[in-house]
Design a protein around this ligand. Structure first.
Ligand code: AMP
Length: 411
């Protein structure tokens, strides 16, 4: 399918051609016609699937006809709520590039930055506003935001927003918008609390599901290293010296862990930078820019800091700590092996993380191949046997019986 078949206006098609997007991605192909037809949509799609354009393009298309009327006293007509500042900035960049040949104006507001320029922006008026929930409510309380003309409300990365405790803010924002608005909910995963939220605010929504995790696991070569926890840093340094090349995103569970690893890598002359929630907005942006420009090739991050950030050309994801939520593993490794390329995901597993490996393997319906050849092994007899009946085949990473009967899932 070509974008032309999605009935988008010429200025939007021109912007897409300039970005060299030839064909819509799956989520775009499915979501764009539904959004143009003014349906509420609940979509399970994670970063990397093209989900931002899946809602940005039809929103711009729907607003396009109203752009001239907007000259005096622009009112916010589309509101996109997302959990983090980085994601908000990235969404704004997307909207700006797709609307470059229109007169529509996009703005972004987020916490952790001075509120004054954001007030000025809102005074001048925007058609499309991207916001993190807390700052939006602050600005609303101070009477700088009028949500009475909202035609489309987007909740992006809804699962993360709820994980971060924004549920009440999100509900409050929804109530401040007009009753007649169209609501679009995008979420990487669909846990119960997200479907409950969807039930309470979406009207007869159409569902869109794409399956990035299976495509991710097809293009991502996964490797598991068992090692005692105190040896993880040594093993990480060993892998970085001897095995891992290219652009590497390393995940750690805690901010403290991120800092500790960053200082070890810097001491060992690696070019590393880091992202976590306690860093100032400008430090986070600097770290991200350094990595994107190639000034550093290692970025260490917590899940929350990294979620939603689109980093192209990632060669390797290294799970220094394994996540306790199996879906998080899928998100993490899905950051490599994109756009037809192959990627590698290494995971370091200490004895107390074996239970996480078991749940990850159950979720991805395959066993992660184990690499035994390294200087810091864990007692080999202590490895988990998730699918006992399958015997040793699994350690070699062959697909299990379970993988043959893949369940139909949301993502
Ligand atoms: P997202 O999932 O929205 O974060 O998008 C992931 C990346 O894919 C971004 O760098 C987009 O600019 C890019 N992208 C989105 N749609 C397309 C498309 N149809 N063709 C090529 N690249 C795209």
């Amino acid at each position: 399918m070509h974008f032309k078949e999605l009935q988008l206006n010429k200025p939007i098609l021109r912007a897409l051609a300039e970005k060299k997007y030839d064909n819509p991605t799956l989520v775009q192909e499915r979501a764009i016609p539904l959004i143009l037809a003014k349906h509420d949509v609940i979509a399970s799609a994670q970063t990397g699937t093209g989900k931002t354009a899946a809602y940005a393009l039809p929103i711009l298309q729907l607003l396009f006809d109203k752009q001239d009327a907007a000259k005096k006293g622009r009112k916010i007509k589309s509101l996109i709520i997302c959990p983090t500042r980085e994601l908000a900035i990235q969404i704004e960049e997307n909207f700006k590039s797709y609307s470059t040949h229109t007169k529509l104006k996009t703005g972004v507001v987020f916490g952790g930055a001075s509120i004054e320029p954001q007030k000025q922006l809102l005074k001048k008026g925007v058609d499309i506003l991207i916001a993190t929930p807390g700052r939006l409510l602050d600005l609303h309380k101070q009477d700088f935001v009028n949500l009475s003309q909202i035609e489309t409300l987007v909740l992006d990365e809804a699962d993360l927003m709820l994980d971060m405790g924004f549920i009440d803010d999100v509900k409050k924002i929804e109530r401040l918008c007009t009753k007649e608005k169209q609501v679009l909910l995008f979420s990487a995963t669909m846990p119960h609390k997200v479907t409950e939220l969807a039930k309470s605010i979406l009207k007869d929504p159409k569902k869109v599901a794409v399956a990035p995790n299976s495509s991710a696991s097809d293009t991502v070569h996964q490797v598991l290293y068992y090692t005692p926890k105190p040896n993880k840093i040594e093993l990480c340094l060993h892998l970085l010296r001897r095995k891992i090349e290219g652009n590497i995103l390393i995940f750690r569970r805690t901010k403290y862990g991120v800092e500790k690893l960053e200082s070890s890598l810097l001491k060992n002359n690696f070019k590393a930078s880091s992202l976590h929630g306690d860093k100032s907005q400008s430090d986070r942006q600097t770290a991200l820019n350094q990595f994107k420009k190639g000034e550093t090739n290692i970025l260490i991050a917590t899940d929350v800091a990294a979620r939603g950030i689109d980093i192209n050309d990632l060669d390797v994801v290294l799970n220094f700590d394994l996540p306790n939520i199996p879906e998080t593993y899928v998100h993490r490794i899905g950051r490599t092996g994109r756009a037809g390329k192959t990627g590698i995901a290494y995971s370091l597993c200490a004895a107390d993380e074996k239970k996480y490996v078991a749940s990850i393997q159950r979720l991805i319906l395959q066993d992660i191949p184990v690499e035994d050849e390294h200087p810091y092994p864990l007692d080999p007899s202590a490895k988990p046997q998730v699918h006992k009946k399958q015997g040793s085949k699994h350690r070699k990473g062959r697909k299990s019986e379970a993988s043959k009967k893949k369940k139909k899932r949301w993502y």
